[in-house]
Design a protein around this ligand. Structure first.
Ligand SMILES: Cc1ncc(COP(=O)(O)O)c(C=O)c1O
Length: 452
């Protein structure tokens, strides 16, 4: 059965974010079902989902209330558009809820289907807004090396990772990348954290002046970098960066696709790292990964000129068939209701110290150069030599070996090059945190005998 499925997969399925060449010979990992924080493969083997799917299944698997919310909405109204002033209750109530949760006292919510399309929307909203106000030279976007904002043409251009650019003719001409705020890897010898932050904020200012402040539409940043290797910004990073942005009146787009809702122990990652965003992107945990839905949340200040201009043109010409899909909105509403009812963010805050304690203990391993994290997310940076912080050849070989060893033990993690990311469902208990790190330690010990 599994063999058969494996060959049908290889014959027909084009896998996203995959080494398509090694896929032909690698065994396909077929996942069959999920329950709580665990998934089961096609052979019935149980795994603790240490990455919450792809940083998204915050409430875990098999939540009947979410399935019921979807089923009830499908029976009642399976589809409706939001185009041309049509509307429906799930989208209306979800937009109200998101504005209430947001830092904006008055604002609007634009729905999409993925983090990538939402970040495309962000760019289009700023472009439209600026053109409407006659600021027609404001076209450039600044993001960071190792930032991840998605894979559409615009969002992949914002992304600062080579694999999302190579052979795709990206990034596009209006996209510029500034420093990665990673003290462990990017600081100069003997540079203090404070000096590092000052240096990279100065670099940002230099870039802005090189390009011309009047040509820059916005900067986009994740509160913490997820797919770039779980990079936690150094102290005072965002206040410093924003001082520079403020000086040149450049808005900051807050990409909360991984951090919202509650990943850091607070609703917004922006709160944890003192970011003051002009607009916000959310996806993933908005529906606990049960259905695809994303949202761009903007203030009315940003919205007003867009509204006026659309009146002149006759229509605001952007939107997806599935913008505000009623079933996805109903599931998202139920997800937000559960977060509140079950005090999920307080739960994260209360178990995260144990999670970070267990994560930090991994620093005792010879192959662990840095452990970094906040709330219920961490990155374990593997090195071949702690002193020199040197990596592995080929890059990613150690990460792959550790991830495979974890999988053998019954733990799913994500290897990002030679960084291992852990980001379990937010509902994980203290005992399950121990179970996860116990498995990780066994796997790392086994893998070390091969990689060191
Ligand atoms: C911060 C961030 N932004 C955007 C995206 C893209 O989201 P999607 O994969 O839903 O397009 C991701 C995906 O991991 C992400 O982590």
């Amino acid at each position: 059965m599994t063999k058969n499925i494996d060959s049908i997969d290889k014959k027909n399925l084009f896998h996203p974010i995959t080494n398509l060449k090694t896929h032909e010979t690698d065994e396909v990992f077929v996942i069959d079902r999920g329950e709580g924080i665990y998934i089961y493969d096609a052979n019935g083997k149980k795994y603790l989902e240490g990455l919450a799917g792809l940083w998204c299944t915050s409430l875990g698997y098999g939540v009947q209330e979410l399935a019921d919310a979807a089923s009830e909405q499908m029976s009642k109204l399976s589809y409706a558009t939001l185009f041309t002033s049509k509307s429906h209750e799930p989208a209306i109530l979800l937009s109200e809820k998101l504005i209430k949760m947001s830092p904006f006292s008055r604002g609007k919510v634009f729905f999409g289907n993925s983090g990538s399309d939402a970040n495309d929307t962000q760019l289009k909203l700023y472009t439209y807004h600026n053109n409407a106000l006659g600021n027609t030279s404001k076209k450039k976007i600044i993001s960071r090396l190792k930032g991840y904002h998605g894979v559409t043409v615009a969002s992949a251009s914002m992304t600062g990772l080579p694999a999302q650019h190579k052979l795709f003719d990206l990034p596009g001409k209006n996209f510029f990348h500034t420093d990665t705020p990673h003290f462990y890897r990017e600081a100069l010898e003997n540079e203090s954290e404070e000096d590092f932050v000052n240096r990279i904020s100065n670099n940002l200012e230099v870039l802005i002046n090189q390009e011309g402040p009047e040509t820059i539409a916005a900067m986009i940043a994740e509160p913490l970098m997820g797919a770039g290797g779980v990079i936690i910004p150094p102290k005072n990073y965002f206040p410093k960066i924003q001082e520079v942005l403020h000086k040149y009146s450049i808005p900051l787009i807050d990409d909360e696709v991984i951090t919202a809702f509650g990943r850091t122990g607070e609703i917004w990652g922006a709160d944890t790292f003192d970011m003051k965003p002009s607009s916000i992107t959310v996806a993933k945990q908005l529906s606990s990964g049960y259905l695809p839905i994303s949202a761009v949340i903007i203030s009315d200040e940003l919205y007003e000129p867009i509204k006026e201009a659309s009146g002149d043109i006759g229509i605001f010409g952007h939107g997806y068939t599935y913008s505000g899909h009623p079933v996805a909105c109903a599931v998202a509403l139920k997800t937000l209701e559960i977060y509140e009812r079950d005090s999920v963010f307080d739960h994260v805050a209360s178990v995260s110290s144990h999670f970070q304690f267990r994560a930090n203990k991994l620093s005792n391993f010879n192959s662990v150069g840095e452990v970094r994290g906040v709330g219920l997310i961490c990155g374990i940076d593997l090195v071949s030599d702690k002193k020199t912080k040197s990596g592995f050849s080929p890059i990613g070989s150690a990460g792959r070996a550790v991830a495979q060893a974890c999988q053998n033990e019954g733990l799913i993690v994500r290897a990002i090059g030679d960084v291992i990311a852990l980001c379990p469902p937010l509902i994980i208990t203290k005992e399950q945190i121990d179970e996860m790190f116990d498995m990780f330690e066994i796997a790392l010990k086994k893998a070390e005998s091969k990689i060191l």
